[in-house]
Design a protein around this ligand. Structure first.
Ligand code: KIV
Ligand code: ZN
Length: 517
């Protein structure tokens, strides 16, 4: 059998919906996850890690819905190395065209002793039995030695050789805490592959966290030096602490420098920007303007010398084409007179798939409302509109109805707001330091959530003061952190929507905790 590592194909394994979602405040509903999974499928991601089915009923349902809907990517469910978790993952993946179980157990001395309180022999045994159990349920099994990079290589060789014998088809070596250095990590993987006699029976994978800002560099070294042929990554680098390896960066590095890496990718890069916007708007994690590939400035040339150069010959200062990653050249797309068909076509061009004609109608009527207030509708406006929680199928506890506010120099601003609580209208009024503060205080006076606001940010969706404001509100309550996002040309309204969206998420999380009992 030829070595899978010798292949020229690089497998892109996206874990936005699992590791990305573990980021505090990034939790997503089933509908939100399904929408992102469909975008990942359009992006032609090879493997979508959809969640951790044994962690909650909500995650089980989300993985199941994704497994049932996705046809063109492998759908993967994470599980600890025990029979209950693995059975739960297999159950959630039953409807998948191609499913994978990803099972893990920690192998570093620190994790085994302090976290698991298990001896290395016990961990070895559990890893072996877990992979054996999983392989009896499904043909595609990935094994990860958690904190692998800080594990003893001799012990790791023993465990990995055994789990490959038991039928693991992918071996992933995580740098769980982002401690690796590119050359060292690359050689670590190379050394394991050379020492393990059956290493050619599995695809080797890298999974790097970004604590020292080297997740992408480490992953590339794992590929180039170590011979790994799967990279685990997330859209916008979302993930615990400083995040994971960013999908858009690793993909564009391998594609742009094909001369060096010599690897093929299945990814349709034209859907990258839409995926980035969707993940940012769903989670409330704003993308920094200078972020590679997907930041607003990634293709902007401000200096006269650069502008002049690009106009004469694009490749003087550009190594990638903006349109190749989904930045459209002509950003003004629709206006007040645009019809439903033009709107629907633009949705298709942006890679947004609506679930039904009723969804398109709902989105179109919101588009018309927006077009009445804003003469030029940009792609970003459309993406904000379809990401908005109000189009979701979940009936929310709190929903925005209307708002009026008065502010004048020398006077304390006042706001009046109408919103619904389980469908019943509530009227609230308050003063505040500014109109946003007054509006949010009015909501809080009625809801009495007691949540602490730990972040408030406003971002102009398409750059100018005519654009919609996109507001992110992060609330913290009883150890839970959530992000709410709201968009509107009026930033006070956007703020109220964001606050209500965060309250809905807090509510869903407390229901989830209560359901787990
Ligand atoms: O970072 C990590 O070790 C993980 C494993 C579960 C693969 O996310
Ligand atoms: Zn991880």
């Amino acid at each position: 059998m030829s070595s899978p590592a010798a292949s020229d194909q690089l497998v892109i394994f996206d874990t936005t919906l699992r590791d990305g979602e573990q980021s505090p405040g990034a939790s997503m509903t089933k509908d939100e996850k399904l929408r992102i999974a469909k975008q990942l499928e359009r992006l032609r991601v090879d493997v979508i890690e959809a969640g951790f089915p044994a962690s909650s009923n909500g995650d089980f349902e989300a993985v199941k819905a994704i497994a049932d809907a996705i046809k063109d990517s492998v759908v993967c469910g994470l599980s600890r190395a025990n029979d209950r978790d693995i059975s739960r993952a297999a159950e959630a993946l039953k409807g998948a065209a191609r499913g994978r179980i990803h099972t893990f157990i920690a192998t570093s001395p620190l994790h085994m002793e302090k976290k698991l309180r298990m001896s290395p022999d016990e961990v070895f045994e559990q890893a072996k039995l877990a992979v054996r159990f999983a392989r009896n349920l499904i043909g595609d099994v990935e094994f990860s030695p958690e904190d692998g990079y800080r594990s003893d290589p001799d012990f790791l060789c023993r465990v990995i050789e055994k789990v490959i014998d038991e039928g693991a088809t992918t071996i992933n070596v995580p740098d769980t805490v982002g401690y690796a250095i590119p050359e060292l990590y690359g050689n670590f993987i190379k050394n394991l592959r050379e020492r393990i006699p059956n290493s050619d029976k599995a695809i080797w994978s890298v999974h790097c966290h970004n604590d020292l800002g080297m997740a992408v560099a480490n992953s590339l070294a794992g590929v180039k030096i170590g011979g790994a042929r799967q990279v685990e990554c997330t859209i916008n680098g979302l993930g615990e602490r400083a995040g994971n390896c960013s999908l858009e960066e690793i993909v564009m590095a391998v594609k742009t420098r094909k001369d060096y890496f010599g690897l093929d990718l299945r990814i349709d890069t034209r859907h990258i920007v839409a995926a980035s916007r969707m993940v940012s708007q769903t989670t409330g994690f704003v993308v920094q303007p200078n972020k590679a590939v997907v930041g607003a400035n990634a293709f902007a040339h401000a200096s006269g010398i650069h502008q002049d150069g690009v106009l004469k010959a694009r490749d003087t200062y550009e190594i990638m084409r903006a349109e190749d990653v989904g930045w459209s050249a002509n950003k003004i797309v629709l206006g007040k007179l645009s019809g439903r068909n033009a709107f629907k076509q633009r949705l298709q061009e942006l890679g947004v798939a609506m679930q039904s004609e009723a969804d398109i109608n709902a989105a179109f009527s919101r588009f018309k409302e927006l077009a009445d207030r804003k003469s030029e509708i940009f792609d970003e406006d459309i993406l904000a509109l379809v990401s908005d929680g109000e189009l979701s199928h979940v009936s929310e506890q709190f929903a925005f109805v209307s708002l009026s506010q008065h502010s004048e120099t020398g006077e304390r601003p006042r706001a009046r707001i109408v919103f619904t609580v389980e469908g019943q209208e509530v009227h609230a009024e308050s003063e505040g330091n500014g109109p946003v503060d007054a509006s949010l205080k009015a909501i809080e006076a009625q809801v009495k959530s007691g949540a602490e606001m730990v972040l408030y940010s406003v971002n102009a969706i398409s750059g100018s003061t005519e654009s919609q404001g996109e507001v992110t509100v992060r609330l913290q309550n009883a150890g839970r952190v959530v992000n709410g996002v709201g968009a509107d040309p009026d930033i006070v309204v956007a703020s109220a929507k964001a606050y209500l969206s965060a309250l809905n998420k807090l509510q869903r999380q407390s229901e989830k905790v209560a359901a787990q009992g």
